[in-house]
Every structure is written in C-alpha cells, then in structure tokens.
Design a protein around this ligand. Structure first.
Ligand SMILES: O=C[C@H](O)[C@H](O)COP(=O)(O)O
Ligand SMILES: C=C(OP(=O)(O)O)C(=O)O
Ligand SMILES: [Mn+2]
Length: 392
C-alpha cells in the first residue's frame, strides 16, 4: 500500500503548537513507512454492521477511556476493557434480539482537543495536556512540551493494543479514536491496492469531535477522503444545516453505514435539540447512524475542582435519545461511552451512590470522568429496557 499525502490542506483546529516542525514531519515520514494497524476489509465489515444499526437491525456499543494513555495499552487494561464491553453488550443483546457490535475507544485514542490552550498549575502557566500522542500529563514545562516522537510511540502502543485484542478475539472486535492529529492520521492513510480506495488505517472507525467538525476544515476534508466508517459529534450548537453540509461533504454517495452522527447535547437539551436534526436528515434521505454520547454534554466541575458527571444525567440523556427516536419512528443506532473497567470514582451516583466527596478516592482519568465498571453495567442494563416499541 502506498502512503498518502502528509500535509493537511485546510485550516486545522485543535492542533498542538509543535515547537519543531521539522521533527514533526520527520516523525510523520517515518510513520508512513510503518505497516498499517488495521485492514481495509475489516473497516468494510464494520461499515456493514453500522448499516444494520442504522435500520434497527443491530446496535453499536462504543466505549473506553476519554484519554487513553500509553500505559493503558498493556495487555491487562486492554483485556479488561474488551471484557467489559462484551459484558455490557451481552446485557443489551437479549432485548435487541440481534448481536451488538462492540467498538473499543482504544488503540489510538491518545489525542485530546481542549477548551483552553493553557492552564494554571501552582501559579505557573503551562500548555494543557493534549493526550499521550502529543505531550505528557505531568504538570511540568518539560513534560507539556509537544514532542513529535510521540507519534511513533503512539503507533507502537496502538500496535500493542491491537495485538492483544486480536489474540483474545472471542467476539468481533473493532478499534476507534478521534481523528485529531492530522500528521498521524495522514501518515497511516493508505490506498487499498485491491480497490484503489483510501483508508485511514490507524483504526477501523474514526470520528471528528465537536471542536473539529467545521465544514471547510481539515478534519472534515480528511474524513471525506477516507473510505472508513466515520462519525461526527453533534453538540448543542449543531443545526440542521450542519447535518446536511456534513453529510454532503463526508458521504455524498450515501454509502450505508458510512456516516454516523454522535449526539452529545446534555440531558436537559437532547429532547429539544435532537428532533429537528433527525427529521431533517430523514427528510433529505440521509441514512446516518444515530449514536448517543451521553457523557460530553453532562460534564461539570465540582467546587473541589474535579470534572465529573452525574450517572442520572447520563442515563436521562440516553432515555431522551431513545424517546426522540421512538416518537419520530427513527432508530437509535448506538451508544458511545467513556468508561473504565476499574473501580474508579470519577462520575457521581449510580448503584454505589458515589458522592462528590468520594471522587478524590480513585480519580485516575487524565481528561474526562469515566463511568466505572458498576456504573457501565447498570447503564447497559437500563438500555436493554429501552428497546420496546422499536421492533418490527
Ligand atoms: O474529551 C473531550 C474533551 O477533550 C474534553 O472534554 C475537554 O476538556 P477540557 O474542557 O478540560 O479542555
Ligand atoms: C472530545 C470528545 O468529545 P467532544 O468532541 O464531543 O467534546 C471526546 O469524545 O472525548
Ligand atoms: Mn472526553
């Protein structure tokens, strides 16, 4: 397979301020000589599963860390996350009456868009942590300096995670991450010699975040030129024109399963904001997969300065998502979660009734608060009860 171009052609939001662009291009060039991490035919297979989810003949369960760290790609954490995904999927399957497709937010989920470029730590202004692909989480000037050699380390760690996942694959397995750092994504984009199509082979499914979905931006351009199934986050500012423009740019040929919209509106807004988007898509014949991310619209910061989410808000956003689809006669296609397989204390509420006072106990996320194992399974159990009224 031949590497595609390395340079992003359009303005790219949320890119790190790399101090050494020569080193960045050298790392990207080296990356472009490495073998791809996943195979085009696997991406096609996932696209087929997503096409089923779009029409109510399947369901997607996507989840993992907010910011996957390099340490998270060790065999233990990878197996634990895959086992939790499988367990959660098994809770949903009986009521769905179909297999649930599991999609790890892993093996490349190393780069983070941020609200602010800097933060104040003990009176010192530091660049924010942008994920292990870019810089270190440790709050020192040296660690926070973007380091292009991390692109290569990211590849190695993603490779480790994929290898572990392939070994134990008892269930069909796919990887996904936010396509954020374009030098990394472009360097791993290859033409499939069998078809001539370009694929982003850093993962099976790639998504664009709320902060990088500008219609004429470099991320949308990237998504438009790869044949993978791709997702676009839609937050509360998204309108029907965004849905049409994104579909026109990314999926002009309306390939089933190719495009998903991942809504993340917040529990208090989903019921008001989502119907117009879904109706517009339907009216225009856009058969996107509708996926619910009940995490990112429900984050708040405690008085102690920790980011958290209420389990009840997360559950309520999922309920709202299902209600809207039930009312419109459209299909809930999947769920996108940030979770940990460990007993972390990052989101409040849930079966253990975690409080804000509990959060400091085991808060290990380097970015957003994740559901713990108990909260994840409780949510999956609740989702299993939401499919009534959709059969047929
Ligand atoms: O995971 C999503 C974003 O990267 C995250 O919510 C941004 O967090 P911030 O507001 O702390 O930058
Ligand atoms: C950055 C993320 O979400 P969003 O783009 O929806 O804010 C994320 O999924 O971690
Ligand atoms: Mn997040």
């Amino acid at each position: 397979m031949t590497p595609a171009t390395l340079a992003p052609p359009r303005p790219a939001a949320q890119q790190p301020d790399w101090p050494d662009r020569t080193a960045l291009l050298a790392a990207a060039r080296e990356l472009s000589d490495r073998p791809p991490l996943v195979r085009p035919e696997e991406c096609d297979r996932l696209r087929g599963r997503l096409a089923e989810a779009a029409t109510g003949h399947g369901f997607l369960l996507q989840g993992g860390d907010c910011a996957e760290t390099f340490a998270d790609t060790a065999p233990g954490p990878v197996r634990a996350k895959l086992a939790l995904l499988a367990e959660a999927a098994a809770l949903i399957e009986p009521s769905l009456g179909r297999p649930v497709t599991v999609l790890g937010r892993m093996a490349g989920q190393f780069a983070k868009p941020r609200s602010q470029p800097t933060e104040l730590v003990d009176g010192v202004v530091l660049p924010v942590y942008r994920g292990d692909l870019v810089n270190g989480a440790e709050p020192t000037a040296g660690s926070r300096r973007p380091d292009p050699t991390r692109l290569l380390r990211a590849y190695d760690h993603a490779h480790d995670a994929v290898s572990v996942a392939r070994e134990g694959a008892g269930r069909e397995f796919f990887t996904s991450h936010e396509a954020l750092i374009l030098e990394y994504e472009n360097a791993l984009t290859r033409r499939d010699p069998a078809t001539g199509d370009r694929y982003g082979l850093s993962g099976h499914y790639l998504w664009l975040g709320e902060r990088t979905r500008q219609h004429h931006g470099a991320h949308v351009e990237f998504a438009a030129t790869v044949a993978n199934p791709v997702g676009v986050k839609l937050g509360p500012t998204a309108d029907a024109d965004d849905v049409l423009a994104l579909a026109a740019r990314i999926d002009p040929d309306r390939v089933p399963g190719r495009l998903s919209f991942i809504t993340r509106m917040g529990s208090d807004r989903i019921r008001d904001l989502m119907p117009v988007l879904v109706e517009k898509a339907r009216a225009e014949g856009i058969e996107a997969v509708w996926v619910c991310d009940p995490m990112h619209g429900n984050t708040y910061t405690t008085s102690g300065g920790l980011k958290t989410r209420r389990y009840d808000d997360v559950l309520d956003e999922v309920r709202g998502f299902f209600e809207v689809h039930r009312e419109l006669g459209t299909r809930p296609g999947g769920l996108h979660l940030e979770f940990s397989a460990d007993a972390v204390t990052e989101c409040v509420g849930g079966p253990e009734a975690l409080t804000e006072a509990d959060l400091a106990e085991r808060y290990t996320s380097t970015c957003d608060p994740r559901l713990n194992r108990v909260q994840t399974l409780a949510l999956a159990g609740a989702v299993a009860g939401m499919f009534t009224g959709f059969r047929g």
